[in-house]
Structure formats: C-alpha cells, structure tokens
Design a protein around this ligand. Structure first.
Ligand code: PL3
Ligand code: FE2
Ligand code: FE2
Length: 243
C-alpha cells in the first residue's frame, strides 16, 4: 500500500530535535501578536540587506552589477515575507524591527563610511545571512503552507549571498584576517543578543531557541571553514558569542 504524508507529518519528520512537537495554531491572537514582530524583523532585515548590498557595490565598483543582482533578490524576499504577513492577517510592527536592527545597522554604516569592506561583508554576507539561514530553516519546519513555500525559495538565495561574501573573503584572506577577527568580535555578540531578543516570540511560532543557535553555528562555522580559517581561529571567533 502506498501511504502519503500530510504536510504536518512531513514537518514533524523534517525536525531533527522534535523540539516543540507540532504545528502552531496560526489563527490565535498570541500567534499573530508574535508574528507581527517576527514578520517585521524579517521584512526590515531583507530591506536593509538590499541597501547593504547596494552600498557594498560602491566599495567594489567592478562588482557593482553582481551586487545589484543580490540586492534585487533581497527586495523579492521582502515582498514574499510581506505577503506572508498579509496572508495571516497580521500587521508588521516596523518601528520595533527598526530598533531591533539599529546596533548592527549603525556598525555597518560606520564601516561603510570608513571604507572597511571586510567589516561590511562580514556583517551583511556572513553574520546576517547565517542568521537568516538559521531562522528560515527552523521556520520552514513550523510555518503555514503559504509561508513555507515562500521561505523555501528564499533560503536557497541566502546561501548564494553567504557564498558571495565567503568567496571574496577567502580570496583576500591574506590581507583581511585581522580586520575580520576584530569586526567579528564586535558584531557576533550583537547577533547573539538579537537571537536572545527574538527567542520568546519565536517560541510562540514553535521555533526553538537552541535549534536556532545550532543552525546559526553550523552556517557560520561552515562558512569560516570554507574561507580557509583553521579550527583554532574558528573556535576563537565563535567564542565571541559566549563571552
Ligand atoms: C538577508 O537576506 C535577510 C536578513 C533577515 C534577517 C532575519 C532574521 C530573522 C529572525 C527571526 C526568525 C523568524 C523567521 C520567520 C520568518 C517569517
Ligand atoms: Fe534575503
Ligand atoms: Fe540575503
């Protein structure tokens, strides 16, 4: 006999740790309330990602066309996630999201003004993209069917973005390692604190905090390995998240 799996069962099979067990009720007020902030964070994150790639293009003029392409993808993501909120009847809390991103946004702007390309790439293409990849992976397991489909398309693009930054840093590792380490020390703790701030709302969406951290560390460390850093350097960098 051929058995088919309902999507809820598939979502359960997808989940490695079986964290919170089942899909949430997408229609409750508490779900919508948490979603209004999470959805806004994602929309704001995609918008800032667009702006950041356009800005990075001004630092590498010969790459400006390629970076514009990445930026355009981010706008498409932003539209996709806006549709996810509308579909659930949720109004995104954009002022909250702006505040959420402000510290990282300010550090990016400062690096941009000083022409610190390595720092800009670390913030946007490594840290923010790894954060997005981890969040989207975990979200796909517990999302409503409409949002699941959109997020699956988005997460594929985010790997291209992470890869872009990773390849540039790899090719320039000889002259950028010191700045990379320094920028990581300052900005990885910000990602950690963003994760802490989002954890409670995320848990209402049945997204588990430890699963989020685990997925982040995988994407982040894989990318540092690909860049050509050794285990000790990676450990040193990752420790910035805990001390
Ligand atoms: C870069 O392409 C995108 C940057 C977005 C950053 C997103 C961070 C997400 C944190 C909250 C996780 C919830 C995911 C749910 C999606 C509706
Ligand atoms: Fe994106
Ligand atoms: Fe991206």
């Amino acid at each position: 006999m051929v058995t088919t799996l309902e999507s809820a069962e598939v979502a359960l099979l997808d989940r490695p740790n079986g964290s919170l067990g089942e899909l949430p009720d997408f229609t409750t007020e508490s779900y919508k309330d948490a979603y209004s902030r999470i959805n806004a964070i994602v929309i704001e994150g995609e918008k800032e990602a667009h702006d950041n790639y356009m800005s990075i293009g001004t630092l590498i003029p010969e790459e400006a066309e390629e970076l514009k392409k990445l930026g355009r993808m981010e706008l498409k993501h932003m539209k996709g996630f806006t549709a996810c909120g509308k579909n659930l009847g949720v109004k995104a809390d954009m002022p909250f999201a702006k505040k959420f991103f402000a510290p990282l946004h300010d550090n990016f702007q400062k690096a941009l003004q000083e022409g610190n390309l390595t720092t800009c790439l670390l913030i946007q293409a490594i840290l923010i993209e790894a954060f997005a990849i981890s969040a989207y992976h975990v979200y796909i397991r517990v999302a409503d069917p409409f949002a699941k489909k959109i997020t699956e398309g988005v997460v594929k693009d985010e790997y291209l973005h992470l890869n872009y930054g990773q390849e540039w840093l790899k090719a320039n590792l000889g002259n950028c390692k010191e700045e990379l380490m320094q920028a990581n020390k300052i900005n990885l703790p910000l990602i950690r604190s963003m994760l802490d701030q989002v954890a409670e709302d995320a848990s209402v969406l049945h997204m588990d905090r430890e699963e989020l951290m685990e997925e982040f560390m995988i994407a982040y460390q894989d990318s540092l390995t690909e860049m050509g850093l050794d285990n000790r350097e990676i450990a040193r960098m990752a420790l910035a998240a805990v001390v």
